[in-house]
Write a protein that binds this ligand. Sequence first.
Ligand code: C2O
Length: 394
Amino acid sequence: AEVTCPKGDKVNEKVVLCTDPAGGKIPCPPTSTDQIIDFKPERMVKRIRQPAHLLSRENQEKYKEALAKMKALPRDNPLSFVEQAAIHEAYCDGHYRFDPTNKDNPFDVHFSWIFGPWHRMYIYFYERALGQLIGDDTFALPFWNWDHPSGMVVPPIFRDAAANPLFDANRNMANMDKLCDLDYLTSLAKGPVIVPFDENPKSDQYKELVYSNLAIMHQQQIRGGKGARAFLGEKFCTAASEKAAGFTPGELQSKKTKAQGTLERMAHTTLHVWAGRRLPAGTACNASTGGVLGHDGTYKCSNDMGFLGSAGRDPLFYSHHANVDRMWHIWSTKLGGHGFPDPEWLDTSFVFWDNVENPQRVRIKFRDVLNAANLGYTYDKESEKDLPWIKVDL
Ligand code: C2O
């Protein structure tokens, strides 16, 4: 049976409340009483996002310089790296609620039609801030090109541990130089196939895994992604409207895998798990063993990329999401996909911080971000030419 919210719920910053029951251990993103300004589309496309593994030396250095500056910003700057990560944490780990008194009714930007547009907005403001920090408005976030055989490995610029702001120690180091497995969640149960990444693969095992990855991409983007609901996810449902329709509050949203679109559920989720560090089975998960404190007050056994609450702490997250975003971009341009016509979706708005020098809040709606050109960026044309998963024969 299909899971459908009886009526899409419009979400905006007004109904979302920040509470901090973990007693200040997990910070709320900074708030302000200053005026919120409305987003204005950018006039020109100046930023061309490139595949991270093909990034020129010069652009690699730019990204490192910008991120080092972002990491050096004081904590009270909402565009500091710590605060950037806290925004993602707040929006996915029970920090915001519709009803501040009811912890069973949290607000989350995952598991519904909010996923695509919210993450597009989030990395857009991250990218802008980085450009502002190095005075370069052409600075573009590189993407992790995991849908192409040559990009099916964590990009080298993130792996070099020496004085590299793009490095994060909380990753699954055993997987770092290996060929990605987009079916990792299934393979885990059988004992995953782990093969070193290779530019000129010869083994059958290697070729089979590449083929399986391309088949998954084809399924995500084409066969299983027909129409907005299948690709972008189900309508967002508040507990109140679930209740009004006779469901137990939380019932629809908790059926996570059913409410997620293929964009979120497939390569995206798998690579979070692939890249994140998991504490060895049998380890107690707490602060000293490297567990991450969730908003519910319990420690998680997976960290950075492997747990949504901490994912934004790994710089790899933003390049991972740039490719998720690119998959949506390709779906809605080349593949002819259309978003939802529903005003509840189009008018959903969020408030983000912009302008790293003098931070101010900007209200931006889903309808503002449906076309990447409005946000002043696009994706490298070369990387869209021969998409290897388009014609995979299933
Ligand atoms: Cu907000 Cu990849 O998750």
